[in-house]
Design a binder for this molecule. Sequence first.
Ligand SMILES: [Ca+2]
Length: 338
Amino acid sequence: MFVLEMLKTKFNKIFYLLVIFIILQTSDLFGKSTDSFDVDKFPKSKISWKEWILKTKNDLRNKNFKDNTLNYLDNIKFNRRIIELDRKQPEFRLTFNKYLKNVVNTKSRKQINEQYNQNKTLLKEIELEFNVSAKILSALWGIETYFGKHTGKMDIISSLASLAYDGRRKEFFTKELENALNILENDHFERNSFKGSWAGAFGQTQFMPSTFLKHAIDFDGDSKVNLFKKSDALASGANYLKKIGWNNNLQWGEEINIQLTDELKKLAKNKVYKDIIFWSGNGIKLNKEYEKSKLKLVIPDSNNNECYLVSKNYDVILNWNRSNYFALTVFLFSDEIK
Ligand SMILES: [Ca+2]
């Protein structure tokens, strides 16, 4: 999974696991599992894996899937490891500062600048067409897959089928499996290259199959939508952000120094947007220009050591991945492009 892959090279295994915990905890895909998880009690399905495959194939045949596509389900195996990952209870949280430093550091700072410069023509072309910041796209690309280097090695069909069979989020993963088969049926890329994260996200921008069907596009003009290629992946990312409300005229926001009062903490908790006059009135000196846009206060962890004011583009990034740590890090990483 994206951030993790890029961290793996640098940090030891324990630390790597901590990052997994925080991502599991903060992503909207994974609701908190119960405290009493017993690995021997799954899968929840009453029928055997083989029976389940037959049943699923029948269900999908009724939805007019071709036999060739349904045959992809024949040779897949139930992957117990995926269910363990799905059940992992986050043990404790990283501070935001630590999370940020894991993603934004000397090496990645150099990397994002190199990638931005090397791919400037493509990124600027996409920015012009979709009106989505090339720097934000670069940061997302870096965080998701370390600029396309780590797109994940799990077989997407097997992973989604295991999760659907297991049943904790049966409807969601059954639908995603159907979406994934739909993608294969349309012949955008080879069955064997359909690999990604254990939870079903794939390609250089780590789209779930449903996101692919809604927002992915062919940008290089070969009539295939192939998110394993950067041109299609980055343009699809931009298309997605545009459709969910990205406003390229807005600054994302900035870190601020502020004495936190109960009133300010309450505003942060309730996610209330206020105008610049309000924030200036609270003694905050802003470095960027916001004109009439409203900003809200984000305090990423309970240490209260870092505070940020963010614009409505923050909610757009949260729509991509419902994690405050993720969204702030995308913005701060994008600011590293000089
Ligand atoms: Ca294409």
